[in-house]
Write a protein that binds this ligand. Sequence first.
Ligand code: GDP
Ligand code: MG
Length: 163
Amino acid sequence: MSAIVAIVGRPNVGKSTLFNRMIKRRDAIVDEISGVTRDRHYGKSDWNGREFSLIDTGGYVVGSDDIFEKEIDKQVELAIDEADVIIFVVDVTAGVTGMDDEVAQLLRRANKPTFLAVNKVDSALREVDAVEFYALGLGAYYTISSINGSGTGELLDAVVEKL
Ligand code: GDP
Ligand code: MG
């Protein structure tokens, strides 16, 4: 079994964009647990000679805000259970949201290597906006742009060091 890296975070922060940038090939694993885990995507990747499986979480049920939040919590709890390393993605253009706070709280309680990736930092101008994510209490963060790839190499260097 190769190590597992899970990408979590609320919708629209860029998890799938980051996943697609990081994977080398998609995995054929079909998630058999229905409901909560449907729509999770698996891939294989390697970096600095270290191979790992990557999970892109999603699969949020469209419904009341309450159900929606529970789905995200479940995905985070699953990631805490199964992953060796978690990448928590947030969106610099949106700032810290209540949902980010909730996810951060779950991750702070878990004893799992977690990397906070402040995404959509497409230009140096947005670096300064990323500072507010210190408030999540997860320590240092990585600023990345999943669209243009900046910062993703540094993030991966740090991730594979924990595998
Ligand atoms: P997910 O719901 O977290 O999986 O987010 P997606 O990967 O589907 O991305 C949501 C939206 O954000 C899409 O329109 C992406 O093109 C956009 N996006 C993702 N990464 C970046 C980024 O680094 N910079 C910018 N400007 N947009 C991004
Ligand atoms: Mg997605």
